[in-house]
Design a protein around this ligand. Structure first.
Ligand code: XMP
Length: 318
């Protein structure tokens, strides 16, 4: 019978046999899958697991620092690589969603390849691939593999992609991954994190992507997510986030007429992201959150709530 404990025991033994004294590189995303994969591998091979956590400047507010600290606290051999500027430069004036994804994928591959080259004699690339990723290729959502494919067509395969691949979670569903993580004593908050897209806030900023727009959206998103947690709603929602719209609208502030940005809040229920329903968040919650966003975040004077289900609307707006 499958139990998380027996899975851990068996997998760690197998990884030890498979990897011996080889060095392994793994890209951490801050998400559940790569984190659980890292802890499993760390149990098996310890310091020979080299984790890389890239700050693309499109993460949630304070996410890079706090998640990096958490990884270090778990004893992982992790290197935080802050290349925000490189990503944001590559995205300047890019507004087409697919071009954003391509630019982000290209820079990520360059950065990761450079970092992998710094690890002497690295033999393996570890990935947090889970079973649904295997059957339903990530390329369906325009994810990393699609980017890698298009990169491959132009520039040839980057060196890290020629490494042997190890994917310890390949046979598991998401809930099993969470149970495996829990049985290894991983933090509940980490295991319960909402999915977050690889291109991050870039695909939640409609229109022109500027550093100022990223900062505004990080502030708005932080108010929304912190309030969901404070109201014990975070765990009842499958995914939530804020979207910065390319729309200014008129408002009043004191005696002044304002003409400022509008943000949309989105919170959905889902099991796999393929279909989703908007969540019926309490009016009081929306009221308080909207007031807080408008009061706290300079440049925003209007908040709307997205009441569209998937299909036909997607979860992300881009
Ligand atoms: P959609 O917007 O297609 O999103 O309904 C379904 C799920 O996929 C995530 N998503 C992405 N994840 N790279 C990712 O890693 C992407 O380019 C991407 N686009 C969407 C989205 O956040 C949701 O969980």
């Amino acid at each position: 019978d499958w139990t998380p404990d027996s899975f851990v025991e068996e997998t760690v033994t197998n990884l030890k046999n498979q990897l011996g004294n080889d060095k392994v590189v793994l890209g951490l995303s801050g998400g559940v899958d790569s984190s659980v994969a890292a802890i499993l591998l760390h149990k098996a091979i310890g310091e020979n697991l080299y984790c890389i956590f890239v700050n693309n400047g499109l993460l949630r507010k304070n996410e890079f620092e706090s998640v990096l600290e958490q990884y270090e606290g778990m004893g992982l051999n992790v290197k935080g690589v802050d290349v925000s500027a490189r990503f944001l430069d590559a995205l300047e004036n890019v507004s087409d969603p697919e071009l954003k994804r391509k630019a982000i994928g290209r820079v990520f591959i360059e950065v990761f390849d450079d970092e992998a080259h710094l690890i002497k004699d690295v033999k393996w690339l570890a990935q947090g691939t889970i079973y649904p990723d295997v059957i339903e290729s990530v390329s369906a959502t325009g994810g990393p593999s699609a980017t890698i494919k298009s990169h491959h067509n132009v520039g040839g395969l980057p060196d890290f992609m020629k490494l042997k691949v190890v994917e310890p979670l390949k046979a598991l569903f998401k809930d099993e991954v969470r149970r495996v993580g829990a049985s290894m004593g991983m933090d509940k908050a980490l295991l319960g994190r909402h999915p977050f897209p690889g291109p991050g806030l870039a695909i939640r900023i409609l229109g022109s992507l500027t550093r100022e727009n990223v900062r505004i959206l990080q502030e708005v998103d932080a108010v929304f997510i912190d309030n969901l947690k404070a109201w014990n709603l975070y765990d009842k929602v499958w995914q939530a986030g804020a979207i910065l719209l390319p729309v200014n609208s008129v408002g009043v502030m004191g005696d002044e007429r304002t003409y400022e940005k509008c943000v949309a809040l989105r919170a959905v229920e889902s099991t796999d992201g393929m279909t989703a329903d908007w969540v019926n968040l309490p009016y009081e919650f929306l009221q308080k959150t909207s007031n807080e966003i408008i009061n706290k975040v300079k440049g925003v004077n209007r908040v709307v709530y997205d009441i569209s289900s998937k299909p036909p609307a997607t979860i992300e707006w881009e």
